[in-house]
Design a protein around this ligand. Structure first.
Ligand code: HEC
Length: 135
């Protein structure tokens, strides 16, 4: 009996973890919608990734793809430090988009560095939608 309970326990863990990730993104998208954004489109998120900007600082690169590459399922590389950046897509990297504060922190930093301004709620929602729809 104990053994069965133990096995069932382990079967539940991945389900709970998957839910946690979904909850974070869903909460963020709901927040962005309260800010007046939406509906969100994955194509727009992909466009933001690849968009080349005139106002990015030299040390930060002039597109998101400069560090994250054009495919979020693969590892990226920091333009300045050369450090490896693990893939952004949760489908291949379970550690991604788990913590709303972390996501917001990096949006602020990366958007300012790349676009020279913070991203709008619409842009952030489109980007997260793009990342989570990748298989
Ligand atoms: C100069 C390099 C660089 C550029 C350009 C860059 N990023 Fe990042 N990004 C990073 C680093 C470094 C991290 C955090 C390190 C890590 O978690 O692996 C990160 C993390 C993130 C995360 C957090 C994911 C999580 O773990 O929850 C998101 C979302 C993100 N970036 C989006 C963007 C977007 C959108 C752009 C373009 C507007 C962009 N990044 C441009 C380097 C960059």
């Amino acid at each position: 009996m104990k053994k069965i309970a133990f096995m069932l326990g382990w079967m539940v863990v991945p389900v709970v973890l998957a839910d946690l990730h979904a909850a974070t993104v869903d909460d963020l998208l709901a927040q962005y919608q309260r800010d007046g954004a939406g509906p969100f489109r994955a194509e727009q998120g992909q466009a933001l990734l690849n968009q080349v900007n005139g106002s990015g600082s030299a040390s930060e690169g002039n597109s998101c793809a400069a560090c994250h590459t054009t495919d979020p399922r693969g590892a990226g590389k920091h333009v300045k430090t050369g450090k490896v950046i693990e893939p952004l897509a949760p489908a291949v990297n379970r550690d991604r988009l788990q913590d709303a504060d972390k996501v917001e922190k990096w949006f602020v930093r990366n958007c300012k560095g790349t676009l020279g301004r913070v991203c709008t709620s619409q842009e952030k929602g489109d980007f997260l939608t793009f990342l989570t729809t990748l298989k």
